[in-house]
Design a protein around this ligand. Structure first.
Ligand code: F6P
Length: 522
């Protein structure tokens, strides 16, 4: 994809007034740029984008056959072409897919519900250790935190993901194997980190429970054979399917620990929330379509204004894992440099980063306000106080709203100088200090608010970002559903691991020297 198609947009951007001026020039700006879907309200009006520019972006989306791609996606066509797979995560929430897919999903939902209810009722297990990494970890962790806002969890839910021994040690520490259910989640069941952690957990169970350990050991996978070979009992394996990408899998059996900990009703409400976002994305006109608008403003910021990153700042402690989750969702999906046709894709996925507000304000917000070039921000806030701390909650929201305003309006050098003059600061000092205390402003942001942090709202939010990624992938022309870029490092790590045990390898001098630091021949 060449950048020519962005030239027209660049010309429009070059003539745009400041965002704050756009509010005066466009009296319907709020109507046009604030979109709603269920409990979610997204305010794009603080983006550096005019109504005319928005219209041109909508044309671009149409030119890229977005509506056609969207149909093919929901119809279950094999749009993951490099792996020859359909991409049907909406079917996990009951939207899209053919009859056989729908049946597979509803049978599995029944099975999971039954299993979760049984475990909750018998009360044998006090703790769950969820083992998995990447998509088999980040979604469940984010959702576990998010569900806690409105739903009680009576179990001790722990996660182990990293191959660093500290990860599984911390997860198992202080637990009684007898009352611990280990759930190993891996789509491929070949992931090194997960297999090693699963082996460690199995050993820990077996030491105390002997042959009965298998009763406390569950696998969730798309590779049933692999799990059986690993030694998991056939009736302790929950399947999902190759048409569910790892980073899109929290809606499947991958969410089993959540169902057990928070209950199947909360999990169903989470799925229903996502389904509502699916139908909104499928049916709403493009200019009122939340994922589409979110994607298009992202394209504008990346390909037209040239920003190379996006900060995601949830002003909600219980969403603090959102940016880590989105790093995989967005960067593993669209962090590509070639199109589906093998051509150069141009600028694609920006860096996604962030941390919870208000913490970030005392860390990297200096850079957001005055650093070069700064980054567009997604502010995410929850309107309802779930913590019975109304004063804290007001302060949290006040900070959130203030930051987006400050980024947009800035503070001119003239005002800074006037304030200094009034404070009796000399002209010489003013000349040195005023530029450093000035805020350029005109820094774009979107503010997404959730009425409440219910399971449904959480489902809406995650599905919103999933579909945003889909739209951007279509516009960049990349396959958002493979991840070849993770392979090379995995292959090299496997051969280096052998060399650390005494094998011989062939590497560059720097890598040889690193291996030499700990290999037996050193
Ligand atoms: O290494 C990347 C990756 O393949 C992700 O795409 C995936 O979510 C993660 O590893 C874990 O994979 P699995 O669920 O197969 O263990």
């Amino acid at each position: 994809m060449t950048s020519d198609r962005f030239e027209k947009l660049e010309a429009i951007a070059g003539k745009l007034p400041a965002i704050i001026e756009l509010f005066k020039l466009e009296p319907k700006r709020l109507d046009n740029f604030v979109l709603r879907a269920g409990p979610l309200r997204a305010d794009f009006s603080k983006q550096a984008i005019s109504e005319h520019a928005r219209d041109q972006l909508l044309h671009l989306a149409k030119d890229c056959q977005l509506e056609d791609w969207r149909k093919r996606f929901f119809d279950g066509e094999k749009i993951n072409t490099t792996e020859d797979r359909a991409v049907l995560h909406p079917a996990l929430r009951g939207v899209g897919g053919d009859k056989s897919v729908q049946k597979q999903v509803s049978d599995m939902r029944k099975k999971l519900r039954g299993f979760a209810e049984k475990i909750r009722k018998t009360g044998t297990f006090k703790s769950i250790v969820h083992i998995g990494i990447g998509g088999s970890d980040l979604g469940p962790r984010l959702v576990a935190d998010g569900l806690a806002a409105s739903t009680k969890n009576t179990l001790n839910l722990r996660f182990a993901e990293n191959v660093d021994g500290a990860s599984i040690n911390d997860a198992l520490s202080g637990l009684d194997p007898k009352s611990t259910l280990v759930i190993v989640v891996s789509k491929s069941f070949t992931t090194q980190e997960t297999r090693m952690n699963a082996e460690a957990a199995r050993e820990w169970l077996t030491k105390k429970l002997g042959k009965k350990a298998g009763a406390n050991f569950i696998a969730v996978t798309a590779n049933r054979e692999g799990a059986e070979k690993f030694g998991v009992a056939a009736d302790h394996i929950f399947d999902f399917w190759d048409w569910v990408g790892g980073r899109y899998s929290v809606w499947s059996a991958v969410g089993l620990s959540l169902q057990i900990a928070y209950g199947p009703d909360a999990f169903d409400a989470f799925l229903d929330g996502a389904a509502a976002m699916d139908t909104h994305f499928r049916d709403a006109p493009l200019d009122r379509n939340l994922p589409v608008m979110m994607a298009l403003t992202g394209i504008w910021n990346r390909n037209v204004l040239g920003y190379s990153s996006v900060a995601v700042i949830p002003y909600a402690r219980r969403l603090r894992k959102l940016s880590a989750f989105l790093q995989q969702l967005e960067m593993e999906s669209n962090g590509k440099s070639k199109t589906r046709l093998g051509e150069d894709a141009g600028l694609t996925c920006p860096i996604i980063w962030g941390d919870e507000g208000t913490n970030g304000q005392h860390a990297f917000f200096q850079w957001l306000h005055q650093g070069t070039p700064g980054a567009p921000v997604d502010f995410v806030a929850v309107l309802k106080d779930h913590e019975n701390r109304p004063e804290h909650h007001k302060a949290l929201l006040a900070n959130c709203f203030a930051q987006s305003e400050a980024l947009m309006i800035g503070k001119s050098q003239m005002i800074v100088e006037e304030e200094m003059m009034a404070a009796g600061i000399s002209k010489q000092d003013r000349e040195i200090l005023a530029p450093q205390k000035t805020f350029a402003g005109n820094r774009p942001s979107t503010t997404i608010t959730l009425d409440e942090l219910t399971p449904s709202a959480l489902g809406h939010l995650i599905a919103l970002y999933e579909h945003k990624v889909f739209v951007q992938g279509v516009i960049w022309g990349v396959n958002s559903f493979d991840q070849w870029g993770v392979q090379l490092g995995k292959v090299l790590a496997t051969s280096i691991l052998k060399e650390l045990g005494g094998g011989k390898g062939d590497h560059d001098p720097s890598t040889e020297a690193l291996i030499g630091l700990i290999s037996p021949s050193a």
